[in-house]
Structures are given as structure tokens and as C-alpha cells.
Ligand binder design. Structure first.
Ligand SMILES: NC(=O)c1ccc[n+]([C@@H]2O[C@H](COP(=O)([O-])OP(=O)(O)OC[C@H]3O[C@@H](n4cnc5c(N)ncnc54)[C@H](O)[C@@H]3O)[C@@H](O)[C@H]2O)c1
Length: 250
């Protein structure tokens, strides 16, 4: 299926986990993919995976929380592959689960800088070209934690809640230019971000107890939802949050 043929997709945090799976799937569906990450070797690995499968990709190294670096790297990448049709704001950092009073100020700043400000800066970088062409798809990455699914990790939850607010506000603001903005709010997904949890028997038991499907999701299962939101199959959707989560929240 070449649902994204002729499109240019930019995925942030694409050197690992869900971002890598998003990039690989969108390339398989015909998109040329700009692979952003601050970890250059990781981004290059994703690019290599896409090229090995016959797809088109190039790395774009930038910290999404650094406006000058985002503007420069995104401009360079678009000069080579063309203006971005699909932006996936996926870059994120793990929260750990400290008690709220133990979270230091620098960690709070970093969480909001990467998650919230990062999504704003990346969106701002691609928006003028989307407006000019009156077309675009933006897919933001929230989390079920935004809905209060966990008893710890409130800073992460708040940042992911802000992503839902941004999704809805942008959907209204950008609709006049035919720019669709939706979000994915994954449940528990088996990625490097959560790798440490796999070995913990208490965590495995919690997954069995709380997730009706009885297991964590795979990055490819989130990528399938993102690729749908990025495609013309979702042309009547904007301001929506889809939550692939095994039924943990309904
Ligand atoms: N894994 C889960 O269970 C889960 C659940 C819900 C939501 N999410 C969200 O999905 C997204 C991807 O998570 P993942 O599990 O694949 O994580 P991951 O750690 O495997 O990948 C995240 C990638 O983002 C990159 N990154 C981090 N900070 C960056 C920055 N400032 N600029 C550019 N790149 C940066 C990292 O280098 C890494 O390659 C995140 O937003 C995460 O919060 C994950």
C-alpha cells in the first residue's frame, strides 16, 4: 500500500522505538522521510534501515528544544527532500516515576522543553510551507498518562496533557489552511525508553492485571495508527486523540 507516495514526512525522535517504527512504516508506504534525532548514529541507523528496504530517507540532527538548531536542520533537510507534508512530533524523554516532591527543577524544565516547546518549535518550522500549500498533517505524541493512568510521573503526565491541548487548539487554528492536527496517546509500549521495565516481575504482573489484552504494545502497532492519521484516509479527522493501549483506558 503506497498511501503516502509523493509525500515528505518528518519524524522527530526517530532514532529509536516508536519514532523509528513510524519512519520505517511511512517510508514503506511511499513517503520520503526526514529522520530527526539528537543522537546522530541512531538517526543514521534508521535512515540505513529505510534505504535497505528501498525507501528514501535522510537524517536531520537537532535537539527539538533548540529553536535555532531546529530551524537550521529542518531547512537543510527540506532543501534536499522537499517541503514537509507530514510532521510527527514524537521526540520524548522518559519520566521515571519519582514521587512529585523528589523531581528537581531542571528535570521539570527539560521535560517541558523537549515535549511541549519541542513540538511547538518543530511545528512552527514546517507551518509556513504547509499554509502556503494549504495542506498538511501533524501528528503529536501524547500518552495515556495524560488521562491519569499512573499514580506517579505527574510531570510527564502534565507535559503529555499539554500535547492534547495543543493538538485541539492547533486543529482549530490551522483548519482554515486544510492542515489536520491529531494525536496518538499510546499505552505501554515495548521500546528502549521502557526497556528497564521488562525485567521487573511486578511490572509484568501489573500489565497482565491492568491491560485487558494482557501485554504491552509494539512500536509497529503505534506506527500503524500514526500512518493512518498521516494519510488521506484520515482526511475528515482533526483535533482527535487515538489511543492504542490494549484497552488499559477506555
Ligand atoms: N514507550 C512507551 O511506553 C510510550 C508510551 C506513551 C507515549 N510514549 C511516547 O512516545 C514517544 C517515543 O517514545 P519511545 O518509547 O519510542 O522512546 P525512545 O527513548 O525509544 O525514543 C525516543 C527518541 O527521541 C530522541 N530524543 C530525545 N530527546 C530529543 C530531543 N530533545 N531532540 C530530538 N530527539 C530527541 C531520543 O534520542 C530517542 O531516539 C515519546 O514521546 C514518548 O513519550 C511512549
Amino acid at each position: 500500500m503506497q498511501a503516502l507516495a509523493g509525500k515528505v514526512a518528518l519524524v522527530t525522535g526517530a532514532g529509536s522505538g516508536i519514532g523509528r517504527a513510524n519512519s520505517v512504516l511511512m517510508a514503506a508506504r511511499g513517503a520520503a522521510v526526514i529522520v530527526n534525532d539528537l543522537d546522530a548514529p541512531a538517526a543514521e541507523q534508521t535512515v540505513a534501515l529505510i534505504r535497505q528496504a528501498g525507501g528514501v530517507a535522510r537524517a536531520c540532527i537537532a535537539d527539538v528544544s533548540d529553536g535555532a538548531s531546529v530551524a537550521h536542520a529542518f531547512a537543510l533537510a527540506q532543501r534536499s527532500l522537499g517541503p514537509v507534508d507530514v510532521l510527527v512530533n514524537n521526540a520524548g524523554i522518559p519520566s521515571g516515576m519519582p514521587a512529585f516532591e523528589e523531581i528537581d527543577e531542571a528535570a521539570i524544565d527539560r521535560m517541558f522543553d523537549v515535549t511541549v516547546k519541542g513540538a511547538m518549535l518543530c511545528t512552527r518550522s514546517v507551518l509556513p510551507a504547509m499554509k502556503a500549500r494549504r495542506s498538511g498533517k501533524i501528528v503529536n505524541t501524547s500518552s495515556i498518562t495524560a488521562y491519569g493512568s499512573h499514580s506517579r510521573g505527574s510531570v510527564y503526565a502534565a507535559a503529555k496533557g499539554a500535547i492534547i491541548s495543543l493538538t485541539r487548539a492547533w486543529a482549530r487554528e490551522f483548519a482554515q489552511w486544510n492542515i489536520h492536527v491529531n494525536a496518538v496517546a499510546p499505552g505501554r509500549v515495548r521500546t528502549p525508553m521502557t526497556a528497564g521495565l521488562s525485567a521487573d516481575p511486578a511490572y509484568r504482573e501489573e500489565v497482565r492485571r491492568r491491560v485487558p489484552l494482557g501485554r504491552r504494545g509494539e512500536p509497529e502497532e503505534i506506527a500503524a495508527v500514526v500512518a493512518f492519521l498521516a494519510s488521506s484516509d484520515a482526511d475528515y479527522m482533526t483535533g482527535q486523540v487515538l489511543s492504542p493501549n490494549g484497552g488499559e483506558i477506555m
